[in-house]
Design a protein around this ligand. Structure first.
Ligand code: 7TS
Length: 407
């Protein structure tokens, strides 16, 4: 079946109350899901239900409310784990991808010395660069980059991974180029040299069926708010044996098995990494988001998004005076960055907003990549399964109008 007909989008859209509104007198077309996705009412209701009927702290109360909150919080670990084929105790709830990567940079950083190097890529978001830069400054280790080729794919042949590499941390899908990176190939190289392989899944977990075992990775960071969940909740997957071995970076209540005046012993995973009262309603609502994704089918969502991205690519390339970044077809999903020749991305975004179309413009928190591409900013359209071909057609119509205005 044609993937674009596989989903009942008009019915699905009913679940997203925010989409049913006008912006500047025009029906809202939301093309900024890579920044944050919209939320179905099932997720919004889950937050309200927690506060209206069983608000209580987790892992401490004997009373009914506390037991229900704990059960739902634990269930959320299980749901997220199942989504990526991990074990329940391998999922740590954090605030977002950024926090997950910072935790790793601190925790794995304990054993890094000035002889070592850390490898990332030229297409990383700042969240997967700066924590490693800071680690390198603390330890004297070297930060290295896998370069990109002219098409916007990783040039693995030029990989700087070697016997002194301790960590390889790579975006699964680039938030600028949309490129899907060959994670299995990279994890094989990393492991051959004895390095940890970390995946920044911020842009992939919302769109792809992830199997962390098949990818053969050691850690993965992701954000709930990009996959229908609320803000302030994210995840860190870690292989059980490594999570058991490495040290936590936050200390306090809820993460210990015993404490004396001068020392403490850590609780089992994942509690060891979840110090303090967690984002209980966020975790529960993320569990609801996972249920929602699975009720539609992650594979169906993936096929739909790939096809929509391909359609958008075809339509964008029909325009004159446009530069599109990243691979033109094949290994990409969910988003497209471009520039209209002679028109600043901020002007494009502002004029589209007047038409009710929300896109992102700027450096996308990927300044090193912008420098590699020789630009300072891009326009980026990003899609989710509540978008349609008609949304893309409206975008193209509005872009043509903008080009006319600037002629
Ligand atoms: N990694 C990638 C690949 C991302 O796209 C983002 C956010 C992050 C990490 C950080 O996620 P956070 O939830 O911790 O903030 N990317 C974007 C974006 O492209 N537009 O807004 C946020």
């Amino acid at each position: 079946m044609n993937p674009l007909k596989e989903l009942h989008i008009e019915m699905i859209k009913q679940d997203f109350p925010i989409l049913n509104q006008k912006i500047n007198g025009k029906p809202l077309i939301y093309l900024d899901s890579s920044a944050t996705s919209q939320k179905p009412k099932q997720v919004i209701d889950a937050i309200a239900e927690y506060y209206m009927s069983y608000n209580a702290n987790v892992h401490r109360a004997i009373h009914t409310l506390g037991e229900k909150a704990t059960l739902k919080y634990e269930e959320a670990h299980e749901k997220v784990a199942k989504l990526i084929n991990a074990k329940k105790e391998e999922i740590i709830f954090t605030r977002n991808t950024t926090e997950s990567l910072n935790i790793l940079a601190y925790s794995l950083g304990k054993n890094i010395t000035s002889k070592d190097n850390i490898v990332v890529t030229e297409m990383e978001h700042h969240s997967n660069i700066i924590p490693w830069q800071q680690l390198c400054k603390r330890t004297g280790a070297q930060l290295r980059f896998i370069p990109i080729d002219r098409e916007g794919k990783l040039d693995i042949k030029k990989s700087p991974i070697d016997k002194d590499t301790k960590v390889v941390s790579v975006a699964h899908v680039s938030n600028v180029l949309g490129t899907m990176n060959p994670i299995k190939e990279i994890s094989n190289i990393a492991h051959k040299f004895g390095a940890y392989c970390i995946v920044d899944g911020a842009q992939s977990v919302p769109h792809l069926k992830i199997d962390i075992k098949d990818l053969n990775i050691d850690f993965m960071a992701f954000s709930g708010h990009k996959m229908l969940g609320p803000t302030g909740i994210g995840g860190l997957y870690g292989k059980k044996e490594y999570l058991k071995k490495i040290n936590p970076v936050f200390f306090g209540g809820g993460m210990i098995s015993d404490v004396t005046e001068q020392d403490a012993k850590w609780a089992d995973i994942p509690n060891k990494f979840e110090a303090g009262t967690p984002n209980i309603e966020g975790a529960i609502a993320l569990g609801e988001a996972v249920d929602y994704l699975e009720s539609i089918g992650v594979e169906k969502i993936s096929r739909y998004n790939k096809d929509l991205t391909q359609y958008a690519m075809k339509r964008l390339l029909e325009l004159n005076n446009i530069t599109v970044y990243g691979p033109e077809n094949g290994d990409r999903i969910g988003l497209i960055s471009f520039n209209l020749v002679g028109i600043h991305p901020h002007d494009v975004a502002q004029l589209l907003d007047k038409e009710g179309i929300a896109i992102r413009a700027g450096h996308m928190c990927a300044k090193p990549l912008m420098r590699t591409l020789g630009i300072s900013a891009v326009c980026r359209v990003s899609f989710y399964f509540y978008n349609t071909k008609e949304d893309i057609d409206s975008l193209i119509g509005s872009l043509k109008k903008i080009q006319e205005v600037f002629k």
